[in-house]
Design a protein around this ligand. Structure first.
Ligand code: HEC
Length: 173
């Protein structure tokens, strides 16, 4: 009797947990377009990279993308150092000082997949966050988000493609 009621209680508890996990389907692991899944997922991607020369349609905020100037790059580097380098490292390798037990290691921003994502993806990640990274929409004005993207693109362009962090072939630290 007590054994059965215990089992029933356990079953109800499990059903209850499964039925109201609070977050709902939004929290399910899924791949969004241009997401770069962790390497242990076997290299699958959410979308094939655009054919070179593709002009993609504008998304939210993209209309405000500023022209690239030396001032914009300097501003972007400055904002990156403040907001991103603590986790992503000064050069984007994913080796920031905050990375440790609480902050998981981010992917290298110089990895080949992240070199190929469109600017709009970077804008969306900075604004809304992604996975374990929270968003910066409330802390970084749109113009500064674009400055950071311009700076990052400049760094990427001067750095050869690298495999994603965590594959064992990326220099760490
Ligand atoms: C508190 C630590 C932290 C800070 C600060 C931070 N990030 Fe991240 N970032 C992460 C982590 C962790 C991930 C991996 C997220 C995941 O996939 O779960 C990530 C992922 C990313 C990605 C990859 C997204 C993708 O498609 O896989 C980009 C791009 C990125 N961050 C850019 C930035 C930029 C730009 C800034 C500064 C505005 C920034 N991050 C600030 C921790 C951080």
């Amino acid at each position: 009797m007590s054994r059965w009621s215990g089992l029933t209680a356990a079953a109800l508890l499990i059903l209850g947990l499964a039925g109201c996990d609070g977050g709902g389907m939004d929290d399910q692991a899924k791949i969004e377009p241009y997401d770069v899944p962790p390497p242990q997922w076997g290299g699958i991607v959410g979308a094939l990279p655009p054919v070179p020369g593709t002009v993609h349609q504008m998304e939210d905020g993209e209309a405000t993308r500023p022209r690239i100037t030396a001032d914009l790059l300097a501003r972007g580097g400055d904002r990156y150092a403040i907001f991103c380098a603590p986790c992503h490292g000064p050069g984007g390798h994913g080796d920031g000082g905050a990375v440790g037990r609480v902050v998981p290691q981010p992917p290298s921003l110089l990895s080949a997949p992240l070199q190929r994502v469109p600017d709009s993806h970077l804008f969306r990640v900075i604004s809304n966050g992604k996975g374990r990274m929270y968003g910066y929409a409330s802390r970084i004005p749109e113009a500064d988000r674009w400055a950071i993207i311009a700076w990052l693109r400049d760094v990427q362009a001067r750095t050869p493609d690298q495999p994603p962090a965590g594959t064992g072939t990326t220099p760490q630290g």
